[in-house]
Design a binder for this molecule. Structure first.
Ligand code: AMP
Length: 302
C-alpha cells in the first residue's frame, strides 16, 4: 500500500562533536521517505529550489519513491543549520531559511490522491490540513508530526488539523507543551480528546512510547557506542513506523508493536553517520538483523 508524505526537502549544515558538514541533503520528508521506502511505495510531496541538482535528487532514485510531487521553484531550497552539544542531547538551531518553502502550496498529483497511509511531516498546520483535503476516500492512517514553533504560534490551526489525524508522532517536550501535562500518560489522555487515537512519543536516546486503546508499549533506542548526528532520527523513526504499517497492511496491536521496533531500528541507523548518509547505504538485511537484535535486547523470563 502506498504511503504519502508531505514535508521539507532541504539542505542542512550540521555541527556535532564528531564533525561538521556545511551542506548536506536533509529535510524531514527526505529522511522519512528514504526510511519508509524499505517497506513500501512512498509518494513524496515537497518543494525545492533551482539549487537542487539531479545529483541531490538521486537519494530518492532506485528506491520505491515516486518524486512526481517534488515541485521545483526558482530560488533556493529550504536551509537549516544546527549545532549539537557535547553529548548530543541538546540542539541549537542556528539558521532556518525558508526560501522556496515560504510559498509552498502543496498540490498532490492525481495518482497520489488515493493514498491509504499519510504522513504529514512538520510543516504549517493549515498546509497539513490542505493536503488532507486533497486525499480522496478515507485513508487508513493519517499521522502527523509538529514542533514547538507551531504549538506556540498557531495553536488554533494545529487543533483544527489534529481533529483529522489518528496518529500523533511527536517528542516528549512537544507532548508536554501541547497538552500542558508533564506526565506522558495524562498528556496522552488530553491529546486523545483533540482527535488522535494513538500517540507515539519519541524520546531520543530513551526510545519511544506508544499509547493507544490497547495500553502502553515502549521500545528502547538501540544502544550505540558512537552516535554521530541525531538529525532526522525522529523522521527516520516515523518512516520506519509508517512504512512498516503501510507495507504490512495491518494495524492490530502486534503490527503496531512491530512498527515501533522498525521505527526505532531506522532511527538508530540514521544517527550512525552525518545527515542521511547511513540510510543511503543501508540494506534490508541489516534492518531485519537489527530488529531481531531488539528481541534479544528486551526479552526476559519471569
Ligand atoms: P529532526 O532532527 O527530526 O528535528 O529533523 C531535522 C530535519 O528537519 C532537518 O533535516 C531539517 O532540514 C528539517 N527542519 C528543521 N526545521 C524545520 C522546519 N521548521 N520545518 C520543516 N523542516 C525543518
Amino acid at each position: 500500500m502506498s504511503l504519502l508524505v508531505v514535508g521539507s526537502v532541504a539542505f542542512d549544515a550540521i555541527e556535532s562533536p564528531y564533525g561538521k558538514v556545511d551542506r548536506i541533503i536533509g529535510g524531514a520528508a527526505t529522511y522519512f521517505a528514504v526510511a519508509a521506502s524499505f517497506f513500501t511505495q512512498v509518494n513524496l510531496v515537497a518543494i525545492v529550489g533551482d539549487d537542487f541538482s539531479a545529483k541531490d535528487e538521486s537519494i530518492f532514485h532506485r528506491r520505491k519513491i515516486d518524486t512526481s510531487g517534488l515541485e521545483r521553484a526558482s530560488g533556493k531550497s529550504f536551509f537549516w543549520a544546527g549545532k549539537y552539544s557535547e553529548h548530543l542531547n541538546e540542539r541549537e538551531t542556528l539558521v532556518t531559511d525558508l526560501n522556496v518553502f515560504a510559498n509552498f502550496n502543496p498540490r498532490l498529483p492525481e495518482a497520489f490522491r488515493n493514498s491509504k497511509h499519510v504522513f504529514l511531516a512538520n510543516i504549517a498546520p493549515d498546509l497539513q490540513r490542505d493536503v488532507l483535503k486533497q486525499v480522496q476516500g478515507s485513508p487508513k492512517h493519517v499521522a502527523l508530526d509538529t514542533m514547538n514553533y507551531w504549538i506556540e504560534r498557531t495553536p488554533a490551526e494545529l487543533r483544527e488539523t489534529l481533529k483529522h489525524v489518528d496518529i500523533l508522532m511527536i517528542n516528549d517536550f512537544e507532548t508536554r507543551q501541547l497538552s500542558n501535562e508533564h506526565n506522558l500518560l495524562r498528556a496522552a489522555r488530553h491529546i486523545f480528546k483533540l482527535g488522535p487515537s494513538m500517540l507515539v512519543v519519541k524520546r531520543g536516546e530513551y526510545g519511544a512510547m506508544l499509547v493507544d486503546k490497547h495500553g502502553v508499549f515502549s521500545v528502547p533506542a538501540f544502544p550505540l557506542e558512537e552516535p554521530h548526528d541525531p538529525t532526522g532520527a525522529g523522521d527516520s523513526f516515523a518512516g520506519g513506523f509508517m512504512g512498516y504499517l503501510a507495507g504490512c497492511g495491518q494495524s492490530n496491536d502486534a503490527a503496531l508493536r512491530r512498527a515501533m521496533v522498525y521505527g526505532s531500528v531506522l532511527g538508530s541507523f540514521a544517527v550512525e553517520e552525518f545527515g542521511p548518509e547511513r540510510l543511503r547505504t543501508l540494506k534490508r538485511s541489516e534492518i531485519h538483523a537489527r530488529a531481531r537484535h531488539f528481541l534479544k535486547l528486551t526479552q526476559f523470563k519471569l
